[in-house]
Ligand binder design. Structure first.
Ligand code: UDP
Ligand code: MG
Length: 135
């Protein structure tokens, strides 16, 4: 049974800063993701606060929003079968130290707060996040 989905992916400032955009995009393509749309942007802290509002009660919220707005990012709509879970698998655990071999965060992540990529975690959030950046 086919289950074509779209998910939002972000290449975060730490990865953009290290010129990893093309390498990370290639990894998505090699893993059967189509990049339907992409753009390099920088968001304001207020926009980051809106994007990450599910985390507003967390102790790391302020630093997280400062960080996501600290430099250019690349936002992408990725499409493939089971895109949401397949992208989460390809990214690996939030903490690069715990991420499996071969995952993006294992390969590129510096630390839990500089973990190189974002990916939507549910169909509902993928819709909200895609809409946030591409509408
Ligand atoms: N984060 C952090 N400290 C923590 C947990 C999370 O800085 O203790 C950051 C991290 O960059 C993560 C983001 O907050 O990617 C969102 O957290 P979430 O739990 O949603 O992880 P993700 O879905 O990105 O794996
Ligand atoms: Mg998350």
């Amino acid at each position: 049974m086919s289950n074509l989905e779209q998910t939002l992916s972000i290449i975060k400032p730490d990865a953009v800063e290290r010129n990893l955009i093309e390498e990370i995009k290639s990894t998505f393509k090699n893993n059967n993701f189509k990049i339907l749309k992409d753009k390099k942007i920088q968001i304001t802290k207020t926009e980051a606060e809106e994007f990450y509002k599910v985390h507003q009660t967390k102790p790391f919220y302020n630093d997280l929003c400062e960080y996501l707005s600290s430099g250019p990012i690349v936002v992408m709509i990725l499409e493939r079968e089971n895109a949401i879970s397949e992208n989460r698998k390809l990214m690996g655990a939030t903490d690069p130290k715990k991420a499996e071999e071969g995952t993006l965060r294992k390969k590129y992540g510096i630390s839990i707060d500089r973990n190189s990529v974002h990916g939507s975690d549910s169909i509902e959030n993928a819709k909200i996040e895609i809409n946030f950046f591409f509408s």
